[in-house]
Write a protein of this length. Structure first.
Length: 348
């Protein structure tokens, strides 16, 4: 019976990663190489500081403080996900197509797709410029600012469905703060992950390689150097992990980083494969992720000790993506692949 929760966790984790990478989004904040280098450093500092705080502050108070903070983050992600689900159901069941939302941005009207799955531009729309080609000083944080502006616009025009989404999200967050139940932790974790991957991406394959290698080292160092990561993951009940209960009040845990980091890379791979019309590279890389996660879980069960999942996942992600791109004679195109945002000018 102990194997069943582990199998459920394994399959569920793969489905979460797959679903999060299939989201369509026309503008994002992209991470560059410098972000990739700083990410493990910041993650290490946060992990170590949390571990120190656990030694000084009681676990109960730490959980209350962190649960309150993360409930605010989860609240907004839940609202967005509920509305996305509602619109998805409306399109698939009722057959209603989403409409573009024109947003006036100075001299240019830009199609806003904050709450749209696909940007719908008529034939009179022409590409104006790309994020990389535009002035970096003027457009620094452009999409983040537009994201917040559209959130304010969204709240200023409330409907019954929006109020329902807000009410359900508020209720779930309140229950999470009061109980920190593992099911609610899973809901919050998945919600945060979906919205993060929806709004953040990797700007290039090079950044993806850097971030996988950096997090590979991060995972190995913190798992094998002591009990810091294990202590924090077991005692802190915040939405940064997928949890499945075992027998005797024990839990099997997969950290958010083991889902989120591969999810970013797979999302970029999917965009590349769609652009090249070779979707096989995405499926082959997803298979590599599944194998890596499966190996990590098998070693965890075999040795009865926490395993650095990214130590197995990162090499297999790189190996499978490199192998399939070589097979398709697209290795060079894959290595130099870059993603950027595109503004669309609407002609009168």
């Amino acid at each position: 019976m102990k194997v069943i929760p582990i199998i459920i966790l394994y399959v569920f984790s793969i489905l979460v990663v797959y679903a999060s990478t299939c989201q369509k989004r026309n503008y994002k904040e992209y991470l560059n190489v410098y972000n990739a280098i700083s990410l493990p450093i910041l993650a290490s500092l946060a992990l170590f500081m949390t571990y120190i705080c656990l030694k000084v502050v009681k676990v109960y108070f730490m959980n209350v403080i962190l649960a309150t903070i993360f409930s605010f983050l989860s609240f907004f992600s839940l609202i967005s996900n509920f509305e996305l689900f509602y619109r998805f159901a409306k399109v698939k069941i009722l057959g209603k197509k989403p409409q573009p939302i024109p947003v006036n941005d100075g001299n240019t009207t830009i199609v806003s797709i904050l709450y749209e799955d696909q940007i719908m531009i008529n034939t009179s729309c022409t590409p104006l410029t790309s994020f990389e080609e535009s002035n970096s000083d003027q457009n620094s944080g452009y999409f983040l600012k537009k994201y917040y502006n559209n959130i304010l616009e969204w709240y200023s025009n409330l409907t019954f469905m929006k109020l329902l989404c807000i009410s359900i999200s508020m209720m779930l967050c309140l229950l999470y703060v009061l109980s920190t139940h593992w099911i609610l932790i899973n809901i919050m974790t998945i919600s945060v992950m979906f919205q993060t991957i929806r709004n953040i991406g990797l700007d290039s394959t090079r950044t993806g390689i850097f971030i996988l290698l950096a997090l590979f080292l991060y995972d190995v160092v913190w798992v094998f150097s002591g009990n810091v990561m294990e202590t924090v993951s077991e005692k802190i009940q915040i939405p940064v992990k997928i949890v499945v209960p075992n027998e005797k009040n024990t839990f099997t845990i997969i950290g958010l980083g083991d889902l989120f980091i591969p999810g970013l890379f797979l999302s970029m791979i999917r965009n590349f494969s769609i652009r090249q019309k070779k979707i096989g590279i995405y499926w082959f890389t997803l298979l590599g992720y599944s194998l890596g996660l499966g190996i990590a879980i098998c070693f965890m069960v075999l040795f009865k000790k926490s395993q650095p999942a990214l130590m197995y996942i990162c090499p297999l992600l790189l190996l499978t993506s490199f192998t399939y791109s070589l097979y398709l004679n697209m290795f060079k195109d894959f290595l130099i692949y870059k993603q950027n945002n595109t503004f669309y000018e609407i002609e009168n």
